[in-house]
Design a protein around this ligand. Structure first.
Ligand code: V47
Ligand code: SF4
Length: 359
């Protein structure tokens, strides 16, 4: 085994973190199986053979957005064909369907709507809670929170307090993309800066809400950008401990404006998931979002350091608008089976990783 793998193995065994240059060297290596074995051992120490999933439903309340990120095939401008905004009654219906399907979580995000008032978002949360107070609402990215703060002229802390009061339970990890500004200037110039994303999340964690963190990879970024992104996330986790899981999102190129976009191959996907497990030593959970990865790579990633498969999802739009060929919904039994066939133990969890049922 070469020196790099020896060093990383030693570090994992002694719970010491790897450096940025070691992470970069792993990205530069083509020994996918060696990287995967290291990630699997790091995961084994934290999670043994437990693999988590939940039963959830997505509600994308609007696709109208004042930003125009070039990687996004979901958003529309006001007046453009295909634009929509759900009424509170539609949201109620979707929450009812979720409860009927046994969901414990609603995952809700949307575009930055040009004119809805802040009260709409509070009403949306209350509507879902009226359907079932037990449903956990994981909603709004740091990008939306920052937008609400400007819209309502309230501070981030005040916005979060109002949303919590109306029923918000935690936040998903979107909007992070690649935090380095040079890449952001190319792929999402109107979006809040990487620094602002980190600032908002820090305030959210300090207000007592947990969140996830994502990384959109496979567009215009290079390996150094990925490592820098993970370093910023690892440093924030050191300060707050408020992140639950890290989710590398494989870029889907269809209907986007990313020049020369080709999408992410299986090797890059598995390598990136594995390196994130090794590098992010202060994360308990690394999630493979099967919508973007496809079910086969998501399942395979369970042997490469991943310990979470997200959920049953239902009605995902962001990835499918950009050409994801994964199903719209996966039955709980299918997820359980995928995990079992990887030789792991399926655990149904709630959003905060309380174990609901071991299979
Ligand atoms: O922020 C947009 C990404 C994100 C594309 O926290 C794209 O549990 C791939 O954050 N190809 C939203 N990705 C989704 C998200 C998420 C998903 C699942 C679970 C959780 C969680 C969070 O989707 C956006 C953006 O980074 N995205 N367009 C695309 N063409
Ligand atoms: Fe709007 Fe989000 Fe799409 Fe960017 S990624 S255009 S902020 S919906």
């Amino acid at each position: 085994m070469n020196q790099l793998f020896e060093t990383v193995k030693e570090k994992i065994a002694h719970s010491r973190r790897i450096t940025d240059s070691e992470a970069l060297a792993l990205f530069a290596s083509n020994d996918l199986l060696a990287i995967g074995a290291l990630a699997a051992s790091a995961n084994e120490k934290k999670n043994a053979d437990r693999v988590y999933f939940n039963v959830n439903r997505h509600i994308n309340y609007t696709n109208l957005c004042v930003n125009q990120c070039i990687f996004c095939a979901f958003s529309k401008e006001e007046g453009e064909e295909g634009g929509y905004t759900l009424a509170l009654e539609d949201i109620r219906q979707k929450a009812l369907e979720a409860v009927a399907a046994g969901a414990t979580e609603i995952h809700s995000v949307g575009g930055l709507h040009p004119s809805l008032p802040f009260e709409f978002y509070l009403a949306m949360l209350r509507t879902i809670k009226e359907v079932s107070p037990e449903l956990h609402i994981k909603a709004f990215t740091a990008v939306e929170i920052d937008y609400f703060s400007r819209l309502s002229r309230l501070s981030v802390t005040e916005v979060v307090a109002a949303l919590k009061e109306a029923g918000l339970g935690s936040m998903p990890g979107g909007g992070a993309e690649i935090l380095g500004q040079e890449v952001r200037d190319k792929i999402c110039p109107e979006k809040i800066s990487g620094r602002r994303w980190l600032e908002v999340i820090e305030e959210v964690h300090n207000a007592g809400l947990r969140s996830n963190a994502t990384m959109l990879f496979g567009h215009l970024e290079n390996y150094a950008d990925r490592v820098e992104h993970m370093r910023l996330i690892r440093e924030l986790q050191d300060r707050t401990g408020g992140f639950q899981s890290f989710i590398p999102l494989a870029f889907q190129p269809d209907n986007t404006r990313v020049p020369g976009a080709k999408g992410v191959g299986g090797v890059d996907a598995l390598k990136t998931l594995a390196i994130s497990r090794i590098y992010l030593d202060n994360f308990q959970h690394i999630k493979a979002y099967w919508v973007m990865l496809g079910l086969k790579i998501a399942q395979t990633s369970l042997c490469f350091g991943v310990n979470d498969l997200d959920g049953t999802v239902i009605e995902e739009q962001i990835g499918h608008d950009a050409g994801a060929d994964s199903p719209q919904v996966v039955a709980k039994e299918r997820i359980v089976n995928l995990i079992r066939k990887a030789g792991k133990q399926p655990i149904e969890r709630d959003t905060l990783y309380n174990e609901l049922k071991a299979y």
